[in-house]
Each structure stands twice: as structure tokens, then as C-alpha cells.
Design a protein around this ligand. Sequence first.
Ligand code: HEC
Ligand code: HEC
Length: 342
Amino acid sequence: MISATWWRWIVIVALLAGCDICMDLEALPSSNHSALAADRRDPLFPLPPVPKLDTEKVELGRKLFYDPILSGREMLSCSSCHDLKQGGTIPLRRTIGYDGREHEFNATSVYNVANNYRLGWRGKFTSLIDQNETILLERNLMANTWEALLTRLRANGLYASHFKKIYGGPPDRESLLDALVVFQQSLVTPNAPFDRFLLGDKTALTGEQERGFELFKSIGCVSCHQGSNIGGNMFQIFGVFADPSTKRESHQIGRFPRRPSPDAEEKQVFRVPSLRNVEVTAPYFHDGRAGTLEEAVAVMGESQLGRQLNESDITAIVSFLKSLTGEYNGERLKAPPLQDRR
Ligand code: HEC
Ligand code: HEC
């Protein structure tokens, strides 16, 4: 017989073992919890299905996402930096803002974004509403004000009637952000070969991809890139073993850039990015310093795991990462043409 005290210990240990993915589970809509609970022990699990959303809101949000009307001088739309035909980002190391200044950061993909626990490279936001509002108002992003933006939208007959029909009144802060956010919740990319594999189709991965997956787990990539987004749910130092700082001193722009600390490492903390669709979102890292996945994987081996990966292991891991490419509207995401990559 196992005593009650022992049972208690067994339950505590089991809970602790599953706990590194708790954050990701919390981030998911509650309807997904029970379906995923069975997979809790596995650090990687399939993408939850596209949620059921109000299609009218999705379409209004899509229209707004593509419309420069959202930006101060009507020059930029969300899609200028998050092109849904180019992996939900653009193939530029760092994007250029409103006043012509290069941003500190590479544009993250907006695909599967509702499934990230923290948003942005520094993980400053946990809510898409707050994050989107900041983008609309920030001087070097969309450079708008609520007053100017709402006046413009209300004067636009088409928007005025869409908002009236869906939200029962003229466009306001809440309804505009809601439409944008509901649209982003629809940006899910299911049916990646890796998801099919996790769901039981053992032929979905090539032999090379399976070897890459085994390496991804055995050498420890999975300790940081985990959950259904294969990342997006924790903060980590960039440079656990080897310092990857460039001349731009990346550690000045991490999560704690201004915190006075004698420990330089603390400043190089970034959100671990999701690796979903990473095949089509080059260049890589917060500042876009790596042009290819091979390069990014080699840097990860060295800086995060303290190991020099050989060419054959890098090839296998890259091949596995390519199995994370999913579909949007039934079409597999594609990498942008080479001439567009800068
Ligand atoms: C001028 C380029 C630019 C425009 C325009 C732009 N973004 Fe971004 N976006 C970025 C950059 C750069 C980041 C990464 C910023 C960071 O990490 O601090 C980002 C990050 C994001 C993220 C976070 C994704 C994640 O997983 O962390 C979301 C969501 C997002 N943008 C949505 C939008 C929406 C919605 C709009 C339109 C209202 C928009 N963006 C317009 C450049 C842009
Ligand atoms: C200790 C945590 C940790 C480990 C282990 C780790 N990573 Fe990362 N990974 C990160 C962080 C943090 C970043 C973001 C770095 C930055 O740009 O500031 C990242 C970024 C990446 C990127 C770039 C993604 C993008 O969109 O720019 C790839 C690809 C990647 N990791 C793959 C791997 C692979 C493959 C392994 C195993 C060889 C691995 N990582 C191991 C934490 C980790």
C-alpha cells in the first residue's frame, strides 16, 4: 500500500515535472486546456486548431491590417512590416520606422501570435490589445493619435457602416483594437508536417527531419523552445555559454536595458522566439544578424548550449525546423523570393 503522504509527494513531483510548460498552457484559450492536458509531459505539442471567431470581425480586422489609414500620415499599414505572403514579417534585418530611423529590432512574425505568452523580443506585453495600441501610437511606428485616427475612420463611409453593423456604433478605441486583435487570432498556421507527426502520422517527417528532431531534444534546444509554438513562452539569456554580442552591443537593448546591474549577462535577456514557420522568416535573431537558418542554429549551439555543432547535425536540425512550416488558408507558407531579401 502506498500511504497518503507518498501519494502527495508523487502528485507534487508530477506537477513540478510538467511545470515548465505551465505558462504556455495558461496562454491558451481554456477550451484547449483539456485537449492538451494529455500532452503536458511532452515539451512540444501540436498547434491548437484555428479558434472559432466572428468572421465579420476577422474581415474588418483584415481590412484594417492592410490599410495605411491606421498610420499618422497614411504611409504605413501593419502589412508593410508583417507581410502575410512573406511569413508574417518582411525579409529585412531591421524595419524602418516613420521618421526614417531603423528600428532596434527585426520584425517578428504575426502568425500564431495569439499563442505566444509574451509579445515582442523583450516580452514587454502579455496582451495583444496593449501591444497593438502601442504600435499605433509610437512615434517611430505608426505615429498616430486616437483623435486623428478615429476622426478619419468615422469620416470613412465604408468603415463607419462596418463598425456600426458589427459593433453597433462608430469606430472607437475598443472596437478598432478588437477587430485588429480578432484578425490576428485568426492567423494560425496548422497542418505543418511536424504537427501531423505529433498527431500520429509517422511518415510526415523525413528520416533526416526525425534525426534533427531527436537532436533538438537530446542536445537541449527543447529546454527553451517549447510548447505548442516551439518557443514564445519564456525569457532566456542570449549568450548562456558564449557571448554573441555584436559591435552594436546587443545587451543594451534586451529586457533590462536600463537596469543598473554589474552583471552584464542580465541585460541580454530576450523572449525565446517561436520557431513555427522559421523556414520562411529570415533573417534571424532580434537584430536580424543571421541571414540563414544554418547560421542561426550554429550560433544557438555555441551561445546557448556551449557546443560546436558539426555540419551534418546542423543540416539535420535545419531540416527538422523546416517541418514546422504550416499552412495559411490552405496554402503552405513560402519564403520570400531571394531578390526581396536584404
Ligand atoms: C514599421 C514596421 C512595423 C509596422 C508598420 C508594424 N509593425 Fe508590428 N512589429 C514590428 C517590429 C520591429 C516588431 C518587434 C518589436 C519588438 O520586439 O520590440 C513588431 C512586433 C509585432 C508583434 C509582436 C509579435 C510577437 O510574437 O511578439 C505584433 C503582434 C505586431 N507587431 C502587430 C502589428 C500590427 C497589428 C501592426 C499594425 C497596427 C503592426 N504590427 C505594424 C514592426 C512593425
Ligand atoms: C537557453 C535557451 C535556448 C536554447 C537552449 C536554445 N535557444 Fe534558440 N533562442 C533562444 C533565444 C533567447 C533566442 C533569441 C535570441 C535573440 O535574438 O536575442 C533564440 C533564437 C533562436 C532562433 C532564431 C529565431 C528567429 O526567429 O529569429 C533559432 C532558429 C533558434 N533559436 C534555434 C535553436 C536551436 C536549433 C537550438 C538548439 C541547437 C536552440 N535554439 C537552443 C534561446 C535558446
